[in-house]
Design a protein around this ligand. Structure first.
Ligand code: F6R
Length: 369
């Protein structure tokens, strides 16, 4: 059942190109237009939406943080992403024009379910992004966009996360398409790029051997830090979460711009720091700022593990370890940047003798608060 792999997690990491392709299947037509007929919320209602709130937990929450950037960029609708467990206890302001997006692999997470019930009581429309057919969260939502990752058995989420990202992009692009924003040309270009994501993820998977070797060499470390900005920040959070769950190591993700506001005090000789570098095209200001961050932490002794686009030469002098990812549009970068972090955490867990598919103290589906 593990299809020749030692762990379900390895199998599920390898299945990601197909999971991404399956989640796109039938949703982009030949002319490059999105058709999400299954989203039964009428276009007239979607045109009236004046606020989007994304609620989720754990890894799904990280997908939601990326959704916020995509939704605000492509639709210009204000969007907040919140941990479901915080949202439901703070008396959030919602009404009929709020679209709540609830993201859940299992469809049974109690915190997310309670958040969506709360939202519907306030009159908001709820769209679920879910991987499990007929589970509670989609049943209680107004509409559902299913991810087609197939069953995810390993407790740590991998392929479900990538398909959640795809679904979030589809929702953001669809809202943009329905509402006809000024980003029309960009939206069409990104839809084309999205349909090539399968190949990009495949390419990353083919180059993971050095990442595995690096992970094994760090098995005795106690701490790993992760830095990112913009879409790279949720990717850093996700990389840190995978490492906590699987390797039981102290791992933290930071927004790189926050370094000077505190975290830089943690940098010491030989501390591994993973840096997710944004594309040098697009938001090039952010790229340059991150390159300065890498210089700063390296000058203080950090061992820099740099995840950067193919062709980004500016990072080369400051990278102790360089992991290349394919060139993608800025907002789609998490689809390729997350994969090395999953492989890294899985290999470190194995090197430390941990149970990869069943980490201690964790359950696959958290149906209690
Ligand atoms: C992390 C992980 C958890 C889940 C979280 C939400 O690898 O698996 O953080 O992402 O418990 O679960 P779902 O998506 O089923 O609501």
């Amino acid at each position: 059942e593990k299809g020749g792999y030692d762990y379900f997690m390895l199998k599920e990491i390898a299945e990601q190109p197909k999971a991404v392709a399956d989640t796109l299947l039938g949703r982009i037509d030949a002319s490059g237009t999105l058709s999400l007929d299954e989203v039964r919320i009428p276009a007239s209602v979607l045109r009236e939406v004046d606020k989007v709130v994304v609620v989720a937990c754990g890894t799904a929450y990280h997908a939601g943080l990326i959704a916020k950037l995509a939704i605000e960029h492509w639709t210009r609708i204000p969007c907040e992403t919140e941990l479901a467990s915080e949202f439901r206890y703070r008396d959030p302001i919602l009404d009929q024009r709020t679209l709540v997006v609830a993201i859940s692999q299992s469809g049974e997470t109690m915190d997310t379910l309670m958040a969506l019930r709360h939202a519907r009581e306030q009159g908001a429309k709820v769209l679920a992004i879910c991987n499990t057919n007929g589970s509670t969260i989609p049943r209680e939502s107004d509409a559902v966009l299913y991810t087609h990752a197939g069953p995810e058995v390993a407790v740590a989420s991998t392929k479900a996360f990538l398909t959640q990202l795809v679904a979030c992009y589809l929702v953001a692009l669809y809202l943009g398409q329905v509402r006809g924003t000024k980003w029309g040309d960009e939206i069409r270009a990104v839809i084309r790029e999205l349909s090539e994501a399968e190949a990009a993820v495949e390419r990353v998977l083919e180059t993971m051997e050095p990442v595995r070797a690096l992970a094994r060499s760090l098995a005795e470390k106690n701490t790993v830090l992760f830095l990112g900005r913009h879409v790279g920040y949720p990717v850093a959070l996700e990389g840190a979460l995978k490492l906590k769950e699987l390797a039981y190591m102290h791992a933290e993700g930071f927004a790189a711009g926050e370094l000077k506001h505190g975290p830089i005090a943690l940098i010491e000789q030989d501390l591994p720091v993973v840096v997710v570098v944004p594309s040098p095209r697009g938001r090039s200001v952010l790229h340059d700022k991150i390159v300065s961050n890498i210089q700063e932490i390296r000058a203080r002794g950090a061992r820099t593990i740099v995840i950067a686009e193919e062709g980004d030469e500016a990072v080369v002098p400051y990278a102790d370890h360089l992991v290349r990812i394919p060139v993608t549009p800025t907002l789609l970068q998490p689809l390729v940047a997350t994969v090395p972090l999953q492989v890294f955490a899985c290999e470190l867990a194995t090197a430390r003798g941990n149970e990869v598919d069943q980490p201690r103290n964790l359950a696959k589906s958290v149906t209690v608060e």
